[in-house]
Design a binder for this molecule. Structure first.
Ligand SMILES: Nc1ncnc2c1ncn2[C@@H]1O[C@H](COP(=O)(O)OP(=O)(O)OP(=O)(O)O)[C@@H](O)[C@H]1O
Length: 578
């Protein structure tokens, strides 16, 4: 177990040991039960006095009760450890995901942030499925294997009392059932398990497409095709699972054959060694139980093979070097801050140059609008300025120091706002807003809501601020959702506020009014606002025009409108549409 994984289990070592001891003792009780019962039955056939049998009778009862009670303790303690370790591990995996550095060269996506180098879906898989699979490592692989090993060893010792030669036979049977069969199961089941894992992933993607895109598919008459593709994935999965089930069945059957043959051979060996009826019975039945104890190891090996890739992925994540964090981070100064990009380029792995040697300095407190055609690089510029995306070359500076000089958490708090993929969480409107600033007063909450024109939305809802939105709550229209997200960004009031198209879903008049307010209201931090509407930009201190990943014009709205160039073209196009 790696250091990261062990770290998650270590606080619960006591319970883990308890689970292992209880599980092992339960198995040994099972063995003792059979051995004592075998002795009792065989001895009773010789019609001794009751006193000669009484100890065995008590032992049978004791072992039977012990087995049940200890199994219960093992299940309780084992699941308790597994679930607690799971929660701990999930926290560590989340921290590792959040801290992993993002660079277009490694990520292949400029829009991934919270998930670091991973795409959202992959990050979610690490957090949910992979971590859960690791739970099986404890419950279905480690604990049963420890119990099986101790029980089998005890079985060999008990048989040795009945007949040393029979003990050798039992040891051989245990090795075949506990080592050879699991190896066969792991090797032969590996390919089928890998196929099943791939098929399960494909099916999940196809299934999600069918469910989430049901309305679009129905509208374009493509439901049949998509369902057929999901059916193919389901059939692949079924085939892979069938072959795994066949193997499981074959291994289980082979285990039973080995068990029976070991019992027969042990009895034969005990008879050959001149043992009496009692010793022969004890040798045969103990052999049965000793081999039975190791039969689950084959299933554990198969499961181990299945969960190993998940385990490896979690370990890789936990041991990956985190974002380089300065040894002595510089404190972020208070108030609005200057932002500077020096020769910043961002090139994605597919060769797309989203930013090309961009030089831009925005003085503290300035309100700057960034405009340009779709794909010009506006969102990438914001992502680079916030440190969400590491440039391929060049430097980003905040308050005249490289972003690397600050602690990642301080940086996240200093430069933030509304991005295109901002999320509405399942919860009340109030909780969604307070996420940005948990200690905000009611007055601050209302002020932010008023600026984002969210107040009228809240007033129209019967439950007001306590209305539950997001998953399971009322649906918000595109515009309402955007107002909520903008209010959240405004409430957070960071030293540098980034707003990526905060009003695009609103009607033109309302959008212009809100942009005017954003650009001219007193106070607040440095503002970088990406927008496609230019009407209100005369209130911006400066407009930056982008094209093909470069800054092609800069200046005040009136100045840019006065001379021929891309901005005047955009402005004339907007006037024409109006
Ligand atoms: N993960 C990615 N992989 C490859 N190319 C990408 C990726 N993300 C963005 N791009 C490309 O980078 C360029 C700039 O994208 P960006 O999102 O910054 O543009 P934008 O100006 O914000 O566009 P819009 O106004 O449509 O949001 C585009 O050509 C886009 O296709």
């Amino acid at each position: 177990m790696s250091a990261g994984m062990w770290g998650a289990v270590r606080p619960y070592t006591g319970r883990l040991v308890l689970a292992a001891v209880a599980g092992t003792a339960a198995e040994v009780c099972g063995l003792g039960l059979v051995a004592a019962a075998a002795w009792l039955i065989a001895r009773a056939a010789q019609q001794p006095t009751m006193a000669a049998l009484s100890l065995a009778i008590v032992a049978v009862r004791g072992f039977a009760l012990g087995k049940g009670g200890l199994r219960y303790v093992e299940r309780l303690a084992g699941h308790d450890v597994a679930l607690r370790a799971l929660a701990e591990l999930r926290g560590r995996v989340f921290d590792a995901l959040a801290a992993s550095p993002t660079s277009p060269a490694s990520s292949g996506a400029g829009r991934e942030r919270a998930g670091g180098r991973l795409r959202d879906g992959e990050a979610l898989t690490r957090l949910v499925a992979d971590v859960e699979a690791v739970q099986d490592l404890l419950l279905r692989c480690l604990l049963p294997s420890v119990a099986a090993a101790v029980c089998a060893a005890t079985g060999v010792v008990v048989t040795a009392w009945a007949s040393p030669r029979a003990a050798l036979v039992v040891a051989a049977g245990v090795l075949v059932a506990g080592l050879v069969l699991p190896l066969v199961a792991a090797v032969c089941g590996g390919r089928a398990a890998a196929r099943a894992a791939t098929a399960r992933q494909v099916l999940a993607v196809r299934g999600l497409d069918v469910v989430e895109g049901a309305a679009d598919l129905a509208m374009f008459g493509a439901t049949g095709r998509f369902v057929a593709a999901a059916d193919v994935a389901a059939a692949d999965l079924e085939r892979a699972e069938r072959s795994m089930a066949r193997l499981t069945g074959a291994v289980a059957a082979a285990g039973v054959v080995v068990q029976g043959m070991t019992a027969l051979a042990a009895a034969w060996a005990a008879i050959g060694a001149g043992g009496d009826q009692v010793r022969v019975a004890v040798a045969a039945l103990t052999a049965l139980v000793a081999v039975e104890a190791v039969l689950p190891v084959a299933a554990a090996a198969q499961r181990l093979r299945e969960v190993w890739p998940s385990y490896r992925r979690v370990i890789d994540l936990l041991t990956a070097p985190p974002s380089p964090s300065p040894a002595r981070p510089r404190p972020v100064p208070p108030g609005p801050l200057a932002v500077e990009l020096l020769g910043v380029s961002v090139v994605h792995p597919d060769g797309t140059a989203a930013l090309r040697r961009v030089d831009l300095r925005i003085e503290r407190g300035r309100r700057v609008a960034i405009v340009g055609a779709s794909g010009a690089g506006k969102s990438t510029l914001l992502a680079a300025a916030a440190g969400h995306l590491a440039p391929t070359s060049g430097t980003v500076r905040l308050a005249d120091h490289s972003l690397d000089a600050y602690a990642p958490a301080d940086l996240r708090a200093a430069v933030r706002g509304l991005t295109q993929d901002a999320h509405v969480f399942a919860g009340t409107l109030r909780a969604n807003l307070l996420l940005a600033r948990p200690d905000a007063t009611d007055a601050q909450l209302v002020a932010a809501a008023r600026r984002a024109r969210l107040t009228e939305v809240v007033q129209a809802l019967p439950e007001g601020w306590d209305t539950v939105v997001g998953a399971g709550g009322v649906g918000l229209s595109g515009g309402q959702r955007q107002r909520l997200l903008l209010a959240r960004a405004l409430l957070s009031d960071p030293p540098v506020l980034l707003l990526d198209e905060p009003v695009e879903a609103l009607d033109v008049a309302c959008a212009d009014e809100m942009v005017t307010d954003l650009l001219s209201a007193p106070g607040g931090g440095t503002l970088l606002l990406v927008t496609h509407r230019l009407a209100a930009l005369r209130h911006a201190d400066e407009v930056v025009v982008m094209d093909g990943g470069q800054i092609v014009q800069r200046g005040h709205h009136d100045e840019l409108c006065a001379r021929p160039g891309p901005y005047r073209d955009l402005w004339e196009a907007e006037l024409l549409t109006a």
